[in-house]
Write a protein that binds this ligand. Structure first.
Ligand SMILES: Cc1cc2nc3c(=O)[nH]c(=O)nc-3n(C[C@H](O)[C@H](O)[C@H](O)COP(=O)(O)OP(=O)(O)OC[C@H]3O[C@@H](n4cnc5c(N)ncnc54)[C@H](O)[C@@H]3O)c2cc1C
Length: 444
């Protein structure tokens, strides 16, 4: 049985950043994750956007954290050595109805203090992005919007937390929580842990975790999203496009840091675990062809589904702002954190860590090192992923850093993200993973 100051439950992007920021204090911290690796749930399937902050009501936590996160993202990405592109965005409208939405966003954005936000004509928008259709009549231009690789971001925070002394428990679903002698007794599938405080970042299970100890007060509703990924060699827009249609939010197009184009559907009813729906995919095709008539769907290399969590009050009313529950002084839950959760992960982690340190009266940790280095390797190592030019040494480094599956390698290196989607490199990578497994078995 081990005892910690703080247990963070859930190793998605939010849990990883909570753990990283807790390490800024003199605290013993454990990160407990169900899966074999971090960032394998909601964080693995999102739109990768670092929002400017005009979507949220002035004065809301979402507005203030998004604006702050956006303005400091260059520093964060440098500190964690994560690819980030401040490519800008255009929110497009075809007519007067869409224009009124853009005007509202402009007003909100100006109140929220977003720099250089401008309402422009369709012609000006086409000068910025020539792929836009002639039917686009207005656009809201936000040069501060950006895109990051979500897996690399979450994994970087995880590695930084670990390097600063955070203990990690993978393959460890929390199955029960109890209060015992003023502490929390946390039972995982095969361990018992004690902690003085809990930060619950269990994504769509966060409500269940909180309900293990406290009377139910909020709930979540799931809906879904569909995505298409285009080959990095195809021609695509140079900045993020948000389509506003007569029926509300349309598709989003994101030129990713790795060079691929990502298209995502508006929210649709929840179907099945991370599965796509033909309805969602056909909405993307229809709307994308309207927004960018020259976009060639022959260049699609992958589709996948995402799960959105929507927090609600117990009587079914939407909770629009970030929902941070604090059923008692030493227990925090992030419930149903949807967009812009990726953008604000470091800010939310900073907020919770500072609250927690203050309750536990923990001092700053003078030995905290905020920097973390990504995997870089020498050009001597043979190429293993022909599509993305990833070298064998990078894969080996990813394994040493904790990747145990092909997806874990993909999330750390980009292997398998290219045109062939891993059909050429998968066999060799799985062989390297097995080799590592065997050598590990031998040392026990
Ligand atoms: C379709 C879509 C698009 C989005 N696009 C954007 C975007 O462009 N920009 C943006 O800012 N935000 C975006 N978001 C929001 C963002 O992705 C989320 O806010 C964020 O990923 C949530 O992370 P999380 O850590 O809460 O959840 P998760 O990544 O799901 O992590 C929760 C973790 O808890 C673990 N867990 C669950 N139960 C237990 C248990 N009992 N014991 C131990 N561990 C447990 C899970 O295994 C999981 O790893 C998007 C979201 C969706 C769904």
């Amino acid at each position: 049985m081990k005892s910690f100051d703080v247990a963070v439950i859930g190793g998605g992007v939010l849990g990883c950043f909570a753990a990283r920021n807790l390490m800024r204090y003199r605290l013993s911290v454990v990160l407990i994750e169900t899966r074999e690796d971090v960032c394998m749930e909601i964080t693995r399937a999102n739109s990768a956007i670092i929002y400017a902050g005009y979507d949220h009501h002035p004065g809301s936590l979402k507005a203030s954290l998004t604006v702050r996160a956006n303005s400091s993202f260059d520093d964060l990405s440098r500190e964690l050595d994560v690819p980030f592109s401040r490519c800008g965005s255009l929110m497009t409208a075809y007519g007067e109805q869409g224009l009124s939405v853009l005007r509202k966003k402009l007003e909100q954005g100006q109140k929220n203090g977003i720099p250089n936000l401008r309402l422009i004509s369709g012609d000006e928008a086409r000068e910025i992005e020539p792929m836009l259709s002639s039917s686009v009549r207005y656009a809201l231009y936000a040069p501060s919007t950006g895109t990051v690789n979500p897996w690399k971001l979450g994994i970087a925070a995880f590695e930084n937390a670990r390097a600063n002394g955070c203990e990690i428990l993978l393959n460890s679903p929390v199955v029960s929580l109890e209060k015992e002698g003023g502490q929390y007794r946390i039972e995982t599938a095969d361990k018992e842990i004690f902690s003085k405080a809990i930060i619950n970042c269990a994504g769509r299970s966060a409500v269940n975790i909180q309900d293990m100890l406290f009377p139910p007060s909020v709930r979540i509703r799931l809906d879904g999203a569909d995505f298409y990924v285009f080959d990095s060699r195809s021609s695509h827009p140079g900045l993020i496009l948000f389509e506003e249609t007569e029926n509300g939010k349309g598709i989003t197009a994101v030129p990713c840091t790795e060079g691929n184009l990502l298209l995502d559907s508006p929210p649709r009813p929840y179907a099945a675990e991370y599965a796509t729906t033909s309805e969602g995919l056909s909405v993307i095709r229809k709307e994308a062809s309207k927004l960018m008539p020259s976009l060639d769907f022959h260049n699609v290399i992958r589709s996948f589904g995402g799960i959105r969590v929507n927090p609600e009050t117990s009587d079914g009313k939407d909770i629009r702002d970030f929902c941070i529950q604090r059923p008692e002084k030493t227990f925090w839950s992030l419930i149903g954190v949807k967009t812009p959760g990726l953008t604000c992960a470091n800010e939310l982690g900073t907020l919770l860590a500072s609250d927690c340190a203050s309750v536990l009266e923990a001092q700053q940790n003078p030995n905290f090192l905020p920097e973390r280095k990504a995997i870089h390797c020498s050009a001597d190592s043979p190429i293993i992923c022909q599509c993305e030019n990833i070298r064998k040494a990078e894969v080996q480094a990813a394994i040493l850093r904790g990747a145990v599956t092909f997806d874990g390698i993909k999330h750390r290196t980009g292997c398998g993200m290219g045109t062939c989607q891993g059909s050429r490199c998968r066999y060799e990578i799985e062989h390297l993973l097995k080799e590592k497994e065997r050598s590990h078995e031998g040392t026990i």
